[in-house]
Design a protein around this ligand. Structure first.
Ligand SMILES: CSC[C@@H](O)[C@@H](O)C(=O)COP(=O)(O)O
Ligand SMILES: [Zn+2]
Length: 214
């Protein structure tokens, strides 16, 4: 993925969504149509379409959703926006995110099953890539906390738990959904990418430390 593809003024959000999904597919984060991305720009949200292989998406298939009117233009082939659209919109509105990434990463699914209500980790260098919520980053000795909410039969049914989470964790940049996956957000696509890469790495470290009994 080139620097240009993550630069808000150099690349269209639809291109950024497609190139990030191709990258995430290699990590097995968006296999079998799972996962998706929403990017907010002005009063529009660019959202991956529902039910298609996310690594094969083309920019013209990305849905342009008007946040003010709650309407959208169908992507090429009459595609609908992701089932995660209400969750993306809520994270834009409640926490000021501009990019939300959803994956079905194996590390996320395993950690969501092992930890009860919150994943937490401290004393790992990569924690320093994570935001504290006040414009600075956490220190390696700080604790990164990621809330965990229960899964639901349909994505829209996750809304009450997501809304509760945004009030209890106003500085959060991620939430795990039990046995489902991970949502990570940031003020730009580039930052959201850095956060999700760091979080997945930290989830894997936690799983391996546990396996080793450390
Ligand atoms: C493998 S189906 C997964 C979906 O139910 C959902 O959780 C998901 O991640 C993607 O939904 P989509 O509507 O295709 O954007
Ligand atoms: Zn999902």
């Amino acid at each position: 993925m080139s620097k240009r593809e993550l630069h808000p003024t150099m690349s269209h959000p639809s291109e950024t969504i497609c190139s990030m999904c191709r990258l995430f597919y290699v990590n097995k984060w968006v296999l079998g149509t799972g996962g998706g991305i929403g990017i907010k720009q002005d009063h529009f949200a660019y959202i991956s379409p529902s039910g298609i292989e996310k690594e094969l998406m083309e920019p013209e298939q990305i849905i342009k959703y008007d946040i003010q009117t709650d309407t959208y233009e169908s992507g090429a082939g009459g595609l609908k926006p992701s089932a995660c659209t209400p969750l993306f919109l809520e994270l834009f509105k409640a926490l000021g995110a501009s990019c939300v990434i959803h994956t079905h990463s194996i590390n996320a699914v395993l950690c969501s099953a092992i930890y009860e209500n919150e994943f937490n980790i401290t004393d790992v260098e990569q924690i320093k890539a994570m935001p504290k919520g006040d414009g600075t980053n956490l220190r390696n000795v700080d604790t990164l906390r990621i809330p965990i909410i229960d899964n639901a039969p349909e994505e829209q049914d996750l809304m009450p738990a997501l809304e509760k989470m945004t009030k209890e964790y106003p500085n959060a940049c991620a939430v795990l959904v039990k046995r489902h996956g991970l949502f990570v957000w940031g003020p730009t696509p580039k930052k959201a990418k850095i956060y999700i890469e760091s979080i997945d790495y930290l989830l894997e470290v936690a799983l391996k430390l546990r396996q080793l009994g450390i």
